[in-house]
Design a protein around this ligand. Structure first.
Ligand code: SF4
Length: 384
């Protein structure tokens, strides 16, 4: 054995500041003997300027910068692939450790730029029309991995340098996963989206979409003001049980009552719920279905977003004809609902609604997890 010095490599575990809300960052700074107000400066560097190197945070003292470099880091997830659609939609495959991938999609529309963000690797809820549901659940994303998707999207367009990073004007938590089953991390990440020292988006421009985890929806109303979208997809329980299995646990009447409670907790009395309804040919797209939907929703302040089904390889469902879509739309419109039909965007890069699946993953592992998931489908879902 060499008599020389034995050098041990000690892995330094740095605290990732990305994803820390303002109160959490203030607490971290206090814990290392620094003034909490520094949190505002650091947040602005991270989210307004896109800086991930403490040495570039020039309004922090040299000793603080050195201390932070020793103890902390700003570490977004890695982009492993970027795909651009001919319609301007951009999709990223984002690596979040352990060969796990999630997908993030940017959809430009005039002055508006909507970012669709994932909250989990896979999803346990197995909605029958959704590619993510087919891969089963791997794990929750951290708050850093969720807000990091916004960070890397803005970075990808070089928009931090252009001033405000305002290329992303809206964020929808409608990517992979059920956001309410990753409650704390999603609440932290959306708080940063709405914090003026974070991305400063208004509560109307940050939307959380849920398939209807009723207890967590009630909890959300106590701590957040995000806009709410609900994946309904059927006008009655018999049909919704087939399409959205969590309906067996929280049927439509309970879900809509929870939506009303959510609205009742908001200070702004003019807010409405967005009802998402994926139209599947021959399954839920008849005029009778539309009439039944109009009745079911009659007491809820809402608008309706119709989403023609976007095909993917593991599904036999079909997109309805334009005539069928129009007839469905007309019934709802005549019943007095503000109803829009979502134009498919990015379907040439599998970025349209329901198509996100982290397609670069190990498919063997994915199908094994999905088999296990299918075996436990009748079990209660995991609640945080
Ligand atoms: S639609 Fe949403 S909740 Fe349902 S399986 Fe897909 S990701 Fe999960």
């Amino acid at each position: 054995m060499d008599n020389g010095a034995i050098i041990e490599e000690v892995a330094v575990q740095r605290t990732n500041l990305l994803g820390m809300t303002r109160p959490k960052l203030e607490a971290f700074l206090s814990s290392i003997g620094e003034k909490p107000f520094r949190a505002q400066q650091i947040l602005k560097w991270i989210y307004h300027a896109g800086i991930d190197d403490f040495d570039e945070m020039t309004n922090l003292g040299k000793s603080l910068r050195a201390k932070l470099s020793d103890m902390a880091e700003i570490r977004p997830p890695n982009v492993v692939r970027q795909l651009d659609s001919k319609d301007g939609t951009r999709k990223w495959a984002v690596e979040v450790g352990g060969n796990n991938l999630v997908e993030t999609v940017f959809i430009p529309d005039g002055q508006r730029g909507t970012l669709c963000v994932s909250s989990q690797v896979g999803c346990s809820l197995d909605c029958s029309f959704c590619a993510t549901g087919k891969q089963g659940f791997m794990r929750d994303l951290t708050a850093a991995e969720i807000i990091g998707q916004v960070w890397l999207a803005i970075k990808s367009f070089d928009a931090f340098k252009q001033g405000s990073g305002r290329i992303v004007t809206n964020v929808v938590m409608m990517g992979m996963g059920e956001p309410l089953l990753n409650f704390d991390n999603v609440v932290d990440a959306t708080a940063l989206m709405m914090d003026d020292f974070g991305y400063g988006l208004s509560k109307r421009r940050v939307t959380l979409s849920t398939s209807g985890v009723v207890p967590m929806l009630d909890k959300l109303g106590d701590v957040s003001q995000v806009s709410l979208a609900v994946s309904l997809h059927a006008p009655n329980d018999a049909l919704r049980n087939q399409l959205v299995p969590i309906n067996r646990r929280y049927p439509i009447a309970e879900l809509l009552a929870a939506c009303q409670r959510y609205l009742d907790k908001q200070a702004d009395t003019h807010r409405v719920i967005t009802i998402e309804y994926t139209l599947i040919a021959g399954v839920n797209d008849s005029q009778d279905n539309a009439r039944e939907l109009a009745v079911v929703l009659k007491n809820l302040p809402c608008k309706i977003n119709l989403i023609p089904f976007n095909p993917f390889s593991l599904s036999d469902y079909k997109r309805p004809s334009n005539n069928a879509i129009n007839r469905f739309w007309q019934v709802l419109t005549e019943a007095g609902y503000v109803t829009t039909v979502r134009t498919p965007r990015g379907d040439d890069i599998d970025a349209a609604c329901g198509q996100l699946a982290g397609e670069f993953q190990d498919r063997t592992r994915r199908s094994e997890r999905h088999r296990r998931r299918a075996e436990t489908i009748a079990q209660p879902v995991r609640l945080v």
